[in-house]
Design a protein around this ligand. Structure first.
Ligand code: SAM
Length: 246
């Protein structure tokens, strides 16, 4: 069993904090309509994107290693054509049944959980072997140009039940790692405050590192700066990629 990040402790919080994030849904769902299913989603989380695709009647294989994330994903995609699979994107050769996918997606920074060059290469090699002829790989990543000042507490959002979320980040440029600390405060009706802290470390890609990685495995690609296929620029909120084998 490969070591990796564990989303189990943050599953409930993840569902709460990101359920309202919809910027990317049309980008991925439209690609699914264009290229067809089954779509393989790597790091499917709680099914945010899988659900949007499956609602259009397209079958999705949702690969997710965290049992707690999967449980929520199963609940949120009930009655939709989503098959949840426990697995690891670094070992796609172990995925059963073996089949070729017309579209493989890794939305919302899933590749930021590939911490080493070996993990990145194993993943992209597995993807290259799992794509159907003429198929597409689509994913989006954080644009590191937006790394903010270290340790500054930012208000992330307020939710029903007296819940407020704050984040602060620490950055280690030498290893391209970004650690996000989530402070989740719940205020009771009696005015007491319960605080939970969750920490997530991710490894970010730089733009040309990303391009070199794709080229090394024979991919052609388009790099966008947003989900409406805007050109990539320093200010772009994300690096969104559509890639194919030539
Ligand atoms: C930032 S979340 C994105 C979830 C989902 N794609 C979305 O858009 O909401 C990253 C997900 O990748 C999963 N993940 C982390 N390492 C993984 C690996 N090696 N293989 C597959 N999934 C992984 C995590 O468990 C987590 O659910």
């Amino acid at each position: 069993m490969l070591q990796g990040v564990d989303y189990d402790p943050i599953a409930q919080f993840y569902a709460l904090n990101y359920a309202h994030y919809t910027d990317d849904l049309e980008f991925y769902a439209r690609l699914a309509e264009d290229y067809g299913g089954p779509v393989l989603e790597l790091g499917a989380g709680t099914g945010r994107v899988s659900r949007a695709i499956a609602r259009r009647g397209i079958e999705v294989v949702a690969l997710e290693p965290s049992p707690a994330m999967r449980r929520l994903g199963v609940e949120y995609t009930q009655d939709l054509p989503v098959r949840w699979v426990s697995g690891d994107m670094r070992r796609l050769e172990a995925l059963r049944p073996r089949q070729a996918y017309p579209l493989i997606i890794a939305p919302f920074n899933a590749f930021m959980h590939l911490y080493t060059l070996e993990e990145q290469d194993a993943t992209l090699s597995g993807i290259a072997q799992s794509l159907a002829q003429g198929g597409r790989l689509a994913f989006d990543l954080y644009n590191p140009a937006h790394i903010g000042p270290q340790g500054v507490l930012q208000h992330e959002g307020d939710y029903p039940g007296g819940i407020s979320v704050f984040i602060h980040q620490t950055h280690e440029a030498a290893v391209q790692s970004l650690t996000t600390h989530y402070l989740v405060d719940q205020r009771s009706s009696r005015g007491t405050l319960k605080r939970q802290t969750f920490t997530l470390t991710q490894r970010y890609f730089t733009r040309y590192e990303l391009e070199r990685w794709l080229r090394a495995f024979g991919f052609h690609f388009r790099l966008f700066g947003g989900f409406h296929r805007e050109p990539f620029s320093a200010e772009a909120p994300v690096m969104a990629v559509l890639a194919w084998l030539g």
